[in-house]
Design a protein. Sequence first.
Length: 222
Amino acid sequence: MMKLPALSTEQLKQLAASNLPPSQLFEILSRYESDACLMESGGGHPKTRGGDSELLSLFYSSFFFAHLLTNQIPEARALTQRMPEALRHQDSSLQNCLTLLRAIWQTQHAQVYQALRSLPWPEGLRHLVRRYESFFQDQTLIAVSTSYEAIRPAVAASYLGLDSQAAEQGDHSIIQKFTDCGWTWNPETQLLYPVPITVPSTDEQPSNGIREAMTMLGSHAN
């Protein structure tokens, strides 16, 4: 196994800004967790405090998103329990991760998009935040397309973080986002008719949790 560079803020920023496949990103960050634990306890590092809080915040935030990008939601939840307690309660990035996790866990799509788009994520983490927003949209689109036979544009838009009001008014650009995926738009019924679709991916797989939630919601579609 190739030896990794020493854990540092610069190394973490490079990883977070990269386009490594999620499984590779997860593997690398998982190998750094023991170093982070040592750093937290003050062992194996010449400076036991000082700039370590920034490094630990970036590590745990990046590792959290690597869990999300590999659909390891329960494991991401477990990771939040391994974060340094004081840092978890005080650091804004880790607080943002907890807010996002609650929204994902409860399948609250609007809150997920609000957390990703509106919370003050640090610059070094924003590429991962954008990657996850795109990934979450893709997985949700797959789930919607296999759960609904017909759906109102506003409802479909809400699942993907699009403008629901504009969709309700038949905004062409929003309708086209769905028809480009093979869906059918009927202007008479004002309904979209999904077809099962897949989104090209590398090692990402659809989330069973989202699929199950969408299946339940689909039984109430009109």
